[in-house]
Every structure is written in structure tokens, then in C-alpha cells.
Design a protein around this ligand. Structure first.
Ligand code: SF4
Ligand code: SF4
Length: 134
């Protein structure tokens, strides 16, 4: 079992789905999502830039999918991102998560997997990974 939150080495959902949300979630309308990183979809909807195209990749996604990734607007990400559950989280399978992972040849996550999501645990695990094999 890995101590790393799988999302930190995935990012597939940020490069698979159109991330659309009510326009007023953006910071030019009272919300917190940086409007400059969004695109208009309809009079009432916006999406994260880069997610309404054939080769989807959110403009806020940093890093390599399947490697080390992060969201540059994590604290201000829109509601679909906040609500999207990693498969296996709280013992629930999320087929959408696994579908996105499969697109990038990443293995599915199941409900009987246990994850430690603390930053300290992730840092410890990363440090261990960087140690030379004995
Ligand atoms: S596809 Fe699933 S595991 Fe990957 S970043 Fe999204 S929620 Fe996390
Ligand atoms: S805003 Fe962040 S969490 Fe949401 S799709 Fe973009 S990179 Fe992923």
C-alpha cells in the first residue's frame, strides 16, 4: 500500500473532463475561481480553460499526468473539482475517476484500498522513494 495520495501522482480527471460550473463561481462575479483561467460556455456557465477542447487539459494543472501533479488554483478550484471523489475514497468506487485514469493507462482504484492523504505522509513516502535501494 502506498502512503501517497494517488491524486498527487495522477491528474487524469483534470485532463479528461470538461470542468463546467455556474459562472458566478469566478472571482469577477463574487466567487473565488480566477476568471482569467476560465472560458465562457453559455450565459450561465463557464469552464476551466483547456477543458472544452478535444485534447483536454485544464490550464491550472501543473506537472505530468501519471507523475507528479498539482493544481495551481487548489484553494480556489471550482465546485466540480471539490466534489469529484477519488475512487476508493470513503470506501466508494468512482467509475468516472477510474475511467479518466484508464485513459492514461493508470490502474483503477478500488474501495478496499486505504489511503493516507496527509501532506506529512506524502512527504515521508516521497523521501523514502528517493532513497537509493539497499
Ligand atoms: S482521476 Fe481520480 S485519482 Fe486521478 S486525480 Fe482525479 S480523482 Fe485523483
Ligand atoms: S482547477 Fe485544478 S482540480 Fe480542477 S480541473 Fe483544473 S487542475 Fe484539476
Amino acid at each position: 500500500m502506498s502512503d501517497i495520495n494517488p491524486c498527487m501522482t495522477c491528474g487524469a480527471c483534470c485532463a479528461y473532463f470538461r470542468v463546467s460550473f455556474y459562472w458566478a463561481e469566478a472571482d469577477d462575479a463574487g466567487g473565488s475561481v480566477p476568471a482569467a483561467l476560465t472560458e465562457p460556455l453559455s450565459p450561465f456557465l463557464r469552464c476551466m480553460g483547456g477543458t472544452n477542447q478535444k485534447q483536454v487539459r485544464c490550464v491550472a494543472l501543473q506537472g505530468d499526468i501519471g507523475g507528479a501533479v498539482s493544481c495551481s488554483v487548489y484553494e480556489n478550484r471550482p465546485s466540480p473539482c471539490r466534489e469529484f471523489a477519488m475512487s476508493g475514497e470513503d470506501g466508494q468506487v468512482n467509475d468516472a475517476c477510474n475511467r479518466a485514469r484508464a485513459r492514461y493507462d493508470l490502474p483503477p482504484l478500488y474501495k478496499d484500498m486505504l489511503f493516507h492523504t496527509g501532506q506529512d505522509a506524502a512527504r515521508t513516502a516521497l523521501t523514502e522513494l528517493q532513497l537509493p535501494a539497499s
